[in-house]
Design a protein around this ligand. Structure first.
Ligand code: ADP
Ligand code: MG
Length: 365
């Protein structure tokens, strides 16, 4: 039949809406893992162990020794906008922990099978739960959704299985499991560098060997050496940059105050591609402008086609982060961005220049 005018507008089914929203946050196994690592760090974990099957598409498991989740909180754990980290709107701008909108676990439960085993110090046993589409469910259809008692240590184990089983387009956009696993290792490596006091491990399920293993209570320099190698570590130099505070002013009073710490390789080290670790307020993020500016500092001192290793940790007042940018987007913008980027680049340049003038000032390992 001939089309007769416009078709009726219908509201999408809620589960479809949730799946679309989840896709904005959880792009691939490595982005789910990033959220889970941040949760473990928020929970005060000093040990984080990751186990992966099939590039994280089949299984992504993360075990921590953090504070655990109270049994009473388990029923709403994976609902959207449930969080222990935010209770009033003004908290939004003061927040210093990683996540804060209670969307990560909900999102994961919309696009994968989520199970949790958790134990707080106060509890005598651990509790196991399963979630689908944001709500508590039984292990199999028809089974009780009540948390089940089980053996377990203090802390939390999050198990994500069959990620994107219900979003075939997302699944087909992913690369091979070896490429996804490489991205997972990259996330673990970067968080391990940024958290040298926390021990991290990562391995494939069933494999006897760990692909990453860092000790607890280490130092940044040692962790970089362990994960990026001696050739990076032996050329590592260190610089700091920060806003200048007025006399008698506390940093916390000034929303424009900031401080940065950078570890980077001298001109003696030449990588093919820049290795860039950027943490803003302890979150692994991307800032193409920052990257370009920092890389630019090295252009005059490195041979063409070679690049440095740079690890940069920037602390800024949470009030100056653009809250209109979705917090789970990896790209961030903040107040006085250009000025801060310029000062950091200048700081690196000065250190590099001083370094090449006097070789004897090289970092001793
Ligand atoms: P958010 O981190 O933004 O609060 P999430 O969905 O990532 O939202 O987590 C929801 C809540 O679940 C957290 O606020 C926290 O209370 C709890 N939680 C998640 N992971 C852990 C963990 N590994 N250890 C302890 N509590 C956790
Ligand atoms: Mg979170």
């Amino acid at each position: 039949p001939e089309p007769s005018g416009p078709l009726p507008i219908k509201k999408l089914h809620e589960s479809i809406i949730n799946r679309i929203a989840a896709g904005e946050i959880i792009h691939r196994p490595a982005s789910a893992l990033k959220e889970l690592i941040e949760n473990s760090l928020d929970a005060g974990a000093t040990s984080i162990n990751v186990t992966v099957k099939d590039g994280g598409m089949k299984l992504l498991q993360i075990q921590d020794n953090g504070c655990g989740i109270r049994k009473v909180d388990l029923p709403i754990l994976a609902e959207r906008f449930t969080t222990s980290k935010l209770s009033t709107f003004s908290d939004l701008s003061r927040l210093t922990t990683y996540g804060f909108r209670g969307e990560a676990l909900a999102s994961i439960s919309f696009v994968g099978h989520l199970s949790v085993i958790t134990k707080t110090k106060a509890e005598t046993c651990a509790w196991k739960t399963h979630y689908a589409d944001g709500i508590l469910v039984g292990e199999r259809p028809g089974q009780s959704e009540e948390p089940k008692p089980c053996a377990g240590n203090d802390g939390t184990t999050l198990i994500v299985e069959d990620l994107f089983y219900n979003t075939p387009t997302r699944l087909s956009a992913l690369r091979s499991s070896s490429e996804e696993y490489a991205r997972i290792l990259d996330v673990v490596t970067k968080y391990a560098v940024h958290n040298p006091k926390v021990s991290f491990s990562c391995k494939k399920a069933g494999s006897p060997s760990l692909d990453i293993s860092t000790p607890s209570s280490s130092q940044i320099h040692n962790t970089i050496k362990l994960l990026y190698g001696h050739s990076v570590a032996k050329e590592l130099v260190h610089a700091k940059a920060s806003s200048i505070s007025k006399k008698g002013e506390k940093k916390s009073d000034n929303p424009e105050a900031w401080a940065a710490e950078v570890y980077f390789t001298s001109a003696n080290y030449q990588a093919k591609k820049m290795i860039f670790l950027l943490f803003i307020n302890h979150r692994l993020v991307e800032s193409p402008r920052m990257k370009r500016a920092v890389e630019g500092v090295f252009t005059p001192v490195l041979p063409k086609g070679s690049a440095p290793f740079v690890y940069l940790s920037l602390l800024i007042d949470p009030r100056s982060i653009d809250v209109n940018v979705h917090p789970t987007k990896r790209e961030v913008h903040f107040l006085n961005e250009d000025a801060i980027i310029e000062k950091i680049a200048d700081g690196i340049q000065e250190t590099l220049a001083a370094q090449s003038n006097s070789r004897s000032f090289q970092y001793q390992t």
